[in-house]
Design a protein around this ligand. Structure first.
Ligand SMILES: Nc1ncnc2c1ncn2[C@@H]1O[C@H](COP(=O)(O)OP(=O)(O)O)[C@@H](O)[C@H]1O
Ligand SMILES: [Mg+2]
Length: 405
Protein backbone atom coordinates (compact mmCIF):
# COMPACT_ATOMS: atom_id res chain seq x y z
CA UNK A 1 0.00 0.00 0.00
CA UNK A 2 1.39 3.40 -0.87
CA UNK A 3 0.87 6.09 1.65
CA UNK A 4 -0.60 9.29 0.30
CA UNK A 5 0.36 12.31 2.33
CA UNK A 6 -2.74 14.18 1.26
CA UNK A 7 -2.43 17.12 3.59
CA UNK A 8 1.28 17.62 3.27
CA UNK A 9 2.00 16.61 6.84
CA UNK A 10 5.44 17.32 8.18
CA UNK A 11 5.55 14.52 10.74
CA UNK A 12 3.56 11.29 10.45
CA UNK A 13 3.84 8.70 13.23
CA UNK A 14 2.18 5.35 12.68
CA UNK A 15 1.72 2.70 15.32
CA UNK A 16 4.78 3.83 17.30
CA UNK A 17 5.73 1.79 20.36
CA UNK A 18 8.51 2.28 22.86
CA UNK A 19 8.96 -0.51 25.35
CA UNK A 20 11.82 -0.20 27.83
CA UNK A 21 13.38 -3.42 29.06
CA UNK A 22 14.56 -6.81 27.82
CA UNK A 23 13.06 -8.47 24.78
CA UNK A 24 10.50 -5.69 24.24
CA UNK A 25 9.12 -7.14 21.01
CA UNK A 26 7.30 -9.88 22.87
CA UNK A 27 5.24 -7.31 24.76
CA UNK A 28 4.01 -5.84 21.50
CA UNK A 29 3.33 -9.20 19.89
CA UNK A 30 1.38 -10.44 22.89
CA UNK A 31 -0.15 -7.18 23.97
CA UNK A 32 -3.55 -8.70 24.68
CA UNK A 33 -1.92 -10.70 27.48
CA UNK A 34 -0.39 -7.65 29.09
CA UNK A 35 -2.84 -4.86 28.43
CA UNK A 36 -4.94 -5.34 31.54
CA UNK A 37 -1.98 -5.32 33.91
CA UNK A 38 -0.94 -2.14 35.64
CA UNK A 39 2.58 -0.80 35.27
CA UNK A 40 3.98 -2.43 38.37
CA UNK A 41 2.54 -5.83 37.61
CA UNK A 42 3.80 -5.68 34.04
CA UNK A 43 7.25 -4.73 35.27
CA UNK A 44 7.25 -7.60 37.76
CA UNK A 45 6.21 -10.15 35.16
CA UNK A 46 8.23 -8.97 32.19
CA UNK A 47 10.88 -6.55 33.38
CA UNK A 48 9.50 -4.08 30.83
CA UNK A 49 7.88 -0.66 30.99
CA UNK A 50 5.65 0.49 28.15
CA UNK A 51 6.59 4.13 27.51
CA UNK A 52 4.45 4.68 24.44
CA UNK A 53 2.17 2.39 22.50
CA UNK A 54 0.18 2.32 19.28
CA UNK A 55 0.71 6.02 18.77
CA UNK A 56 -0.67 7.44 15.55
CA UNK A 57 -0.52 11.13 14.92
CA UNK A 58 0.18 13.61 12.16
CA UNK A 59 1.59 17.08 12.48
CA UNK A 60 0.79 19.65 9.85
CA UNK A 61 3.53 21.81 8.43
CA UNK A 62 3.87 25.03 10.43
CA UNK A 63 1.58 24.07 13.30
CA UNK A 64 2.08 23.64 17.02
CA UNK A 65 1.07 20.10 17.93
CA UNK A 66 0.78 19.36 21.65
CA UNK A 67 1.21 16.05 23.40
CA UNK A 68 -0.68 16.54 26.64
CA UNK A 69 -1.11 14.17 29.57
CA UNK A 70 -0.30 13.63 33.21
CA UNK A 71 3.17 12.81 34.42
CA UNK A 72 4.24 9.36 33.24
CA UNK A 73 1.73 9.18 30.39
CA UNK A 74 4.46 8.81 27.77
CA UNK A 75 4.77 12.30 26.31
CA UNK A 76 8.53 12.64 26.57
CA UNK A 77 9.04 9.09 25.38
CA UNK A 78 7.00 9.72 22.24
CA UNK A 79 8.66 13.08 21.62
CA UNK A 80 12.08 11.50 21.87
CA UNK A 81 11.13 8.81 19.37
CA UNK A 82 10.61 11.51 16.76
CA UNK A 83 14.32 12.26 16.52
CA UNK A 84 15.30 8.81 17.74
CA UNK A 85 16.79 9.94 21.02
CA UNK A 86 14.78 6.87 21.91
CA UNK A 87 14.79 4.11 19.30
CA UNK A 88 11.14 3.25 18.73
CA UNK A 89 10.51 -0.44 19.38
CA UNK A 90 7.98 -0.60 16.55
CA UNK A 91 6.20 1.66 14.09
CA UNK A 92 7.22 4.21 11.49
CA UNK A 93 7.99 7.89 11.80
CA UNK A 94 7.98 9.84 8.56
CA UNK A 95 9.34 13.31 8.29
CA UNK A 96 8.82 14.97 4.93
CA UNK A 97 7.75 11.52 3.73
CA UNK A 98 11.05 9.93 4.71
CA UNK A 99 10.88 7.09 7.24
CA UNK A 100 13.48 8.14 9.78
CA UNK A 101 13.43 4.80 11.58
CA UNK A 102 15.40 3.49 8.57
CA UNK A 103 18.20 6.06 8.69
CA UNK A 104 21.77 4.92 9.34
CA UNK A 105 23.63 6.58 12.22
CA UNK A 106 25.33 8.98 9.82
CA UNK A 107 22.10 9.90 8.11
CA UNK A 108 20.46 10.27 11.49
CA UNK A 109 23.11 12.70 12.66
CA UNK A 110 22.66 14.78 9.51
CA UNK A 111 18.87 14.62 9.85
CA UNK A 112 19.01 15.88 13.44
CA UNK A 113 21.40 18.64 12.53
CA UNK A 114 19.47 19.87 9.52
CA UNK A 115 15.90 19.40 10.65
CA UNK A 116 15.42 19.39 14.38
CA UNK A 117 16.06 21.51 17.43
CA UNK A 118 15.12 20.82 21.04
CA UNK A 119 14.04 22.93 24.00
CA UNK A 120 13.73 21.45 27.50
CA UNK A 121 12.18 22.49 30.76
CA UNK A 122 15.54 23.16 32.33
CA UNK A 123 17.33 25.57 30.15
CA UNK A 124 20.75 23.97 30.49
CA UNK A 125 22.54 27.18 29.61
CA UNK A 126 26.29 27.27 29.98
CA UNK A 127 26.83 29.54 33.00
CA UNK A 128 30.25 30.87 32.05
CA UNK A 129 29.18 31.90 28.56
CA UNK A 130 27.42 35.06 27.52
CA UNK A 131 23.95 34.92 25.97
CA UNK A 132 25.31 35.21 22.45
CA UNK A 133 27.81 32.38 22.95
CA UNK A 134 25.08 30.20 24.46
CA UNK A 135 22.82 30.83 21.50
CA UNK A 136 25.64 30.21 19.02
CA UNK A 137 26.70 27.03 20.81
CA UNK A 138 24.95 24.54 18.53
CA UNK A 139 26.37 26.21 15.45
CA UNK A 140 29.83 26.24 17.00
CA UNK A 141 29.66 22.48 17.48
CA UNK A 142 28.64 22.16 13.85
CA UNK A 143 31.81 24.03 12.85
CA UNK A 144 30.09 27.14 11.53
CA UNK A 145 32.48 30.13 11.29
CA UNK A 146 32.46 32.66 14.11
CA UNK A 147 31.10 35.53 12.00
CA UNK A 148 28.33 33.42 10.56
CA UNK A 149 27.24 31.86 13.85
CA UNK A 150 27.19 35.20 15.63
CA UNK A 151 25.05 36.61 12.85
CA UNK A 152 22.55 33.75 13.18
CA UNK A 153 22.66 34.01 16.97
CA UNK A 154 21.91 37.74 16.88
CA UNK A 155 18.93 37.15 14.62
CA UNK A 156 17.58 34.44 16.92
CA UNK A 157 18.13 36.65 19.97
CA UNK A 158 16.16 39.42 18.34
CA UNK A 159 13.37 36.99 17.40
CA UNK A 160 12.84 35.98 21.01
CA UNK A 161 12.86 39.58 22.21
CA UNK A 162 16.25 39.64 23.90
CA UNK A 163 17.99 42.22 21.75
CA UNK A 164 20.40 44.16 23.93
CA UNK A 165 21.13 41.22 26.26
CA UNK A 166 23.67 39.50 24.01
CA UNK A 167 26.55 40.18 26.35
CA UNK A 168 24.86 39.29 29.62
CA UNK A 169 25.51 36.09 31.50
CA UNK A 170 22.68 33.63 32.24
CA UNK A 171 22.72 34.41 35.97
CA UNK A 172 21.90 38.02 35.16
CA UNK A 173 18.61 36.95 33.54
CA UNK A 174 15.23 36.00 34.98
CA UNK A 175 13.83 32.49 34.44
CA UNK A 176 11.62 33.68 31.60
CA UNK A 177 14.55 35.34 29.89
CA UNK A 178 16.72 32.28 30.33
CA UNK A 179 14.09 30.21 28.60
CA UNK A 180 14.05 32.74 25.77
CA UNK A 181 17.78 32.10 25.43
CA UNK A 182 17.04 28.36 25.31
CA UNK A 183 14.52 29.00 22.56
CA UNK A 184 16.94 31.24 20.64
CA UNK A 185 19.60 28.53 20.91
CA UNK A 186 17.23 26.04 19.32
CA UNK A 187 16.19 28.51 16.61
CA UNK A 188 19.68 29.74 15.66
CA UNK A 189 20.54 26.80 13.36
CA UNK A 190 17.18 27.41 11.65
CA UNK A 191 15.73 23.89 12.09
CA UNK A 192 12.45 22.99 10.41
CA UNK A 193 11.11 21.20 13.47
CA UNK A 194 11.31 22.13 17.14
CA UNK A 195 10.80 19.44 19.76
CA UNK A 196 9.86 21.09 23.02
CA UNK A 197 9.51 19.22 26.29
CA UNK A 198 7.71 21.15 29.06
CA UNK A 199 9.57 24.18 27.78
CA UNK A 200 7.50 26.69 29.77
CA UNK A 201 6.58 24.49 32.72
CA UNK A 202 9.19 25.87 35.13
CA UNK A 203 8.08 29.47 34.68
CA UNK A 204 5.77 31.58 36.83
CA UNK A 205 2.18 31.67 35.53
CA UNK A 206 2.28 35.28 34.38
CA UNK A 207 5.60 35.03 32.54
CA UNK A 208 4.43 31.76 31.16
CA UNK A 209 1.24 33.16 29.67
CA UNK A 210 3.19 35.95 28.07
CA UNK A 211 5.74 33.56 26.60
CA UNK A 212 2.97 31.29 25.29
CA UNK A 213 1.33 34.15 23.44
CA UNK A 214 4.60 35.45 22.04
CA UNK A 215 5.59 31.94 21.06
CA UNK A 216 2.43 31.44 19.02
CA UNK A 217 3.04 34.58 16.99
CA UNK A 218 6.75 33.87 16.69
CA UNK A 219 6.07 30.43 15.24
CA UNK A 220 3.64 31.86 12.69
CA UNK A 221 6.36 34.28 11.65
CA UNK A 222 9.21 31.78 11.30
CA UNK A 223 7.01 28.92 10.01
CA UNK A 224 8.46 26.10 12.05
CA UNK A 225 6.68 22.87 12.85
CA UNK A 226 6.47 22.31 16.60
CA UNK A 227 5.91 19.20 18.64
CA UNK A 228 5.26 20.47 22.13
CA UNK A 229 4.96 18.38 25.28
CA UNK A 230 3.05 19.74 28.25
CA UNK A 231 1.17 18.40 31.26
CA UNK A 232 -0.86 21.61 31.37
CA UNK A 233 -4.17 21.36 29.51
CA UNK A 234 -4.68 25.11 29.53
CA UNK A 235 -1.29 25.62 27.95
CA UNK A 236 -2.10 23.10 25.22
CA UNK A 237 -5.48 24.70 24.57
CA UNK A 238 -3.86 28.10 24.32
CA UNK A 239 -1.08 27.38 21.89
CA UNK A 240 -1.92 24.23 19.93
CA UNK A 241 -3.31 23.78 16.45
CA UNK A 242 -3.93 20.15 17.39
CA UNK A 243 -3.65 18.27 20.66
CA UNK A 244 -3.14 14.58 21.45
CA UNK A 245 -4.22 13.57 24.94
CA UNK A 246 -2.10 10.72 26.32
CA UNK A 247 -2.80 8.19 29.04
CA UNK A 248 -0.68 5.18 29.99
CA UNK A 249 1.46 5.51 26.87
CA UNK A 250 -1.41 5.73 24.41
CA UNK A 251 -3.14 8.61 22.69
CA UNK A 252 -6.73 8.60 23.88
CA UNK A 253 -8.01 11.49 21.81
CA UNK A 254 -6.66 13.99 19.35
CA UNK A 255 -8.12 17.00 17.61
CA UNK A 256 -8.28 20.77 17.56
CA UNK A 257 -8.60 22.40 21.00
CA UNK A 258 -12.28 23.02 20.34
CA UNK A 259 -12.83 19.36 19.37
CA UNK A 260 -11.33 18.22 22.63
CA UNK A 261 -13.30 20.63 24.79
CA UNK A 262 -16.62 20.43 22.96
CA UNK A 263 -16.56 16.75 22.01
CA UNK A 264 -14.37 14.90 24.52
CA UNK A 265 -14.36 11.13 24.31
CA UNK A 266 -16.41 9.72 27.18
CA UNK A 267 -14.49 8.81 30.29
CA UNK A 268 -10.96 10.05 30.78
CA UNK A 269 -10.90 13.08 28.50
CA UNK A 270 -14.43 14.06 29.43
CA UNK A 271 -13.36 14.21 33.08
CA UNK A 272 -10.30 16.19 32.14
CA UNK A 273 -12.18 18.97 30.38
CA UNK A 274 -15.28 18.92 32.56
CA UNK A 275 -14.69 22.20 34.32
CA UNK A 276 -13.62 24.21 31.30
CA UNK A 277 -15.96 26.96 30.10
CA UNK A 278 -17.07 25.29 26.89
CA UNK A 279 -18.61 28.37 25.41
CA UNK A 280 -15.21 30.01 25.15
CA UNK A 281 -14.02 27.37 22.71
CA UNK A 282 -16.85 27.46 20.20
CA UNK A 283 -15.68 28.81 16.86
CA UNK A 284 -17.48 29.62 13.63
CA UNK A 285 -16.29 26.27 12.30
CA UNK A 286 -18.29 24.46 14.98
CA UNK A 287 -21.64 26.06 14.33
CA UNK A 288 -21.74 27.33 10.73
CA UNK A 289 -23.99 25.74 8.17
CA UNK A 290 -23.39 25.12 4.49
CA UNK A 291 -23.48 28.35 2.49
CA UNK A 292 -24.66 26.68 -0.71
CA UNK A 293 -28.39 27.46 -0.40
CA UNK A 294 -27.47 31.11 0.21
CA UNK A 295 -25.30 31.71 -2.82
CA UNK A 296 -26.16 33.16 -6.20
CA UNK A 297 -23.64 33.30 -9.00
CA UNK A 298 -22.90 36.70 -10.48
CA UNK A 299 -23.51 35.24 -13.94
CA UNK A 300 -27.11 34.32 -13.23
CA UNK A 301 -29.93 36.32 -14.72
CA UNK A 302 -31.84 38.62 -12.43
CA UNK A 303 -34.95 36.55 -13.01
CA UNK A 304 -33.40 33.30 -11.84
CA UNK A 305 -31.93 35.02 -8.79
CA UNK A 306 -35.41 36.25 -7.93
CA UNK A 307 -36.97 32.83 -8.50
CA UNK A 308 -34.39 31.05 -6.38
CA UNK A 309 -34.87 33.44 -3.50
CA UNK A 310 -38.62 33.27 -3.72
CA UNK A 311 -38.48 29.53 -3.46
CA UNK A 312 -36.10 29.49 -0.51
CA UNK A 313 -38.00 32.30 1.24
CA UNK A 314 -34.81 33.95 2.34
CA UNK A 315 -34.68 37.69 2.54
CA UNK A 316 -30.91 37.77 2.07
CA UNK A 317 -28.60 35.87 -0.25
CA UNK A 318 -25.03 36.44 -1.33
CA UNK A 319 -23.70 37.11 -4.78
CA UNK A 320 -20.42 35.26 -5.38
CA UNK A 321 -17.74 35.34 -8.04
CA UNK A 322 -16.27 32.28 -9.76
CA UNK A 323 -14.01 31.64 -6.72
CA UNK A 324 -16.90 31.69 -4.26
CA UNK A 325 -15.90 35.05 -2.86
CA UNK A 326 -18.88 37.09 -1.71
CA UNK A 327 -19.13 40.33 -3.66
CA UNK A 328 -22.55 41.61 -2.65
CA UNK A 329 -25.51 41.07 -0.36
CA UNK A 330 -28.75 40.55 -2.23
CA UNK A 331 -31.82 41.93 -0.43
CA UNK A 332 -34.91 40.24 -1.81
CA UNK A 333 -37.20 43.11 -0.74
CA UNK A 334 -35.33 45.48 -2.99
CA UNK A 335 -34.98 43.46 -6.16
CA UNK A 336 -37.91 45.45 -7.57
CA UNK A 337 -35.78 48.58 -7.68
CA UNK A 338 -33.35 47.10 -10.17
CA UNK A 339 -33.81 48.32 -13.68
CA UNK A 340 -31.64 45.96 -15.70
CA UNK A 341 -33.11 43.39 -18.06
CA UNK A 342 -34.39 40.41 -15.99
CA UNK A 343 -33.08 38.04 -18.66
CA UNK A 344 -29.45 39.09 -18.18
CA UNK A 345 -27.06 39.07 -15.21
CA UNK A 346 -27.28 42.15 -13.07
CA UNK A 347 -24.01 44.04 -12.42
CA UNK A 348 -23.08 43.47 -8.74
CA UNK A 349 -23.23 47.15 -7.91
CA UNK A 350 -26.78 47.42 -9.12
CA UNK A 351 -28.08 45.23 -6.25
CA UNK A 352 -29.33 47.69 -3.65
CA UNK A 353 -28.64 46.82 -0.03
CA UNK A 354 -28.18 49.07 2.95
CA UNK A 355 -26.80 46.40 5.25
CA UNK A 356 -23.07 45.94 5.74
CA UNK A 357 -21.47 42.57 5.08
CA UNK A 358 -20.25 40.98 8.31
CA UNK A 359 -17.50 38.42 7.80
CA UNK A 360 -15.64 36.04 10.07
CA UNK A 361 -13.18 33.20 9.56
CA UNK A 362 -13.66 29.60 10.58
CA UNK A 363 -11.51 30.32 13.67
CA UNK A 364 -13.53 33.28 14.93
CA UNK A 365 -14.78 32.61 18.46
CA UNK A 366 -18.44 32.68 19.42
CA UNK A 367 -17.93 35.74 21.59
CA UNK A 368 -16.88 37.79 18.60
CA UNK A 369 -19.54 36.26 16.38
CA UNK A 370 -22.16 37.41 18.86
CA UNK A 371 -20.91 40.96 18.55
CA UNK A 372 -20.98 40.77 14.78
CA UNK A 373 -24.39 39.14 14.79
CA UNK A 374 -25.92 41.53 17.29
CA UNK A 375 -25.73 44.46 14.91
CA UNK A 376 -26.75 42.69 11.78
CA UNK A 377 -29.90 41.35 10.17
CA UNK A 378 -27.82 39.68 7.48
CA UNK A 379 -26.25 36.30 8.30
CA UNK A 380 -22.53 36.33 9.04
CA UNK A 381 -20.36 35.10 6.19
CA UNK A 382 -17.59 32.69 7.24
CA UNK A 383 -14.60 32.75 4.91
CA UNK A 384 -11.41 30.69 4.65
CA UNK A 385 -7.94 32.31 4.57
CA UNK A 386 -8.40 33.09 0.90
CA UNK A 387 -11.68 34.89 1.44
CA UNK A 388 -13.80 32.11 -0.06
CA UNK A 389 -17.10 31.49 1.66
CA UNK A 390 -17.19 28.28 3.71
CA UNK A 391 -20.26 28.79 5.84
CA UNK A 392 -23.03 30.99 7.01
CA UNK A 393 -24.18 31.86 10.53
CA UNK A 394 -27.67 33.12 11.12
CA UNK A 395 -29.09 34.64 14.27
CA UNK A 396 -30.94 31.43 14.94
CA UNK A 397 -27.68 29.49 14.85
CA UNK A 398 -26.10 31.94 17.30
CA UNK A 399 -29.00 31.64 19.70
CA UNK A 400 -28.96 27.86 19.51
CA UNK A 401 -25.22 27.83 20.21
CA UNK A 402 -25.71 30.06 23.23
CA UNK A 403 -28.46 27.99 24.74
CA UNK A 404 -26.89 24.60 24.12
CA UNK A 405 -23.31 25.42 25.25
N1 LIG B 1 14.62 5.31 30.04
C1 LIG B 1 13.57 4.71 30.61
N2 LIG B 1 13.64 3.46 31.11
C2 LIG B 1 12.57 2.85 31.64
N3 LIG B 1 11.35 3.41 31.73
C3 LIG B 1 11.21 4.66 31.28
C4 LIG B 1 12.30 5.38 30.67
N4 LIG B 1 11.84 6.61 30.28
C5 LIG B 1 10.53 6.64 30.64
N5 LIG B 1 10.15 5.48 31.20
C6 LIG B 1 8.80 5.13 31.68
O1 LIG B 1 7.90 5.33 30.60
C7 LIG B 1 6.67 5.92 31.06
C8 LIG B 1 6.44 7.22 30.34
O2 LIG B 1 7.39 8.16 30.80
P1 LIG B 1 7.57 9.60 30.16
O3 LIG B 1 7.56 9.50 28.69
O4 LIG B 1 8.75 10.21 30.78
O5 LIG B 1 6.23 10.32 30.66
P2 LIG B 1 5.85 11.87 30.66
O6 LIG B 1 6.85 12.62 29.84
O7 LIG B 1 4.47 11.91 30.11
O8 LIG B 1 5.86 12.29 32.09
C9 LIG B 1 6.82 6.05 32.56
O9 LIG B 1 6.22 4.93 33.15
C10 LIG B 1 8.30 6.05 32.78
O10 LIG B 1 8.62 5.54 34.04
MG1 LIG C 1 8.13 14.16 30.43
Amino acid sequence: MTFVNEKNFKIVCENVWKVFGPNPQRIIENWSEYQDMDKVQRLDETGCVVGARQADFKVERGEIYCLMGLSGSGKSTLLRCVNRLHEPTAGTISIDDQDITQLTQNQLREFRRAKTGMVFQHFALLPHRKVIANVAFGLEIQGVSKAEREQSALEAIELVGLKGWENSYPYELSGGMQQRVGLARALAPDPEILLMDEAFSALDPLIRRQLQDEFVSLIKQVQKTILFVTHDLNEALRIAGHIAIMKDGAIVQQGRPADIVLHPTPGYVEEFVRDLPKIKFITAHDIMESPDPWLQSKDMTLESVRNNMEEARDRFNFLVDENNRVIKIIDYYRLGEIETDPQSPCPPDAYPCRFPLETATTNTFLEELLQLGADSKVPIVVNDDQGRIKGIITREILLTALTSA
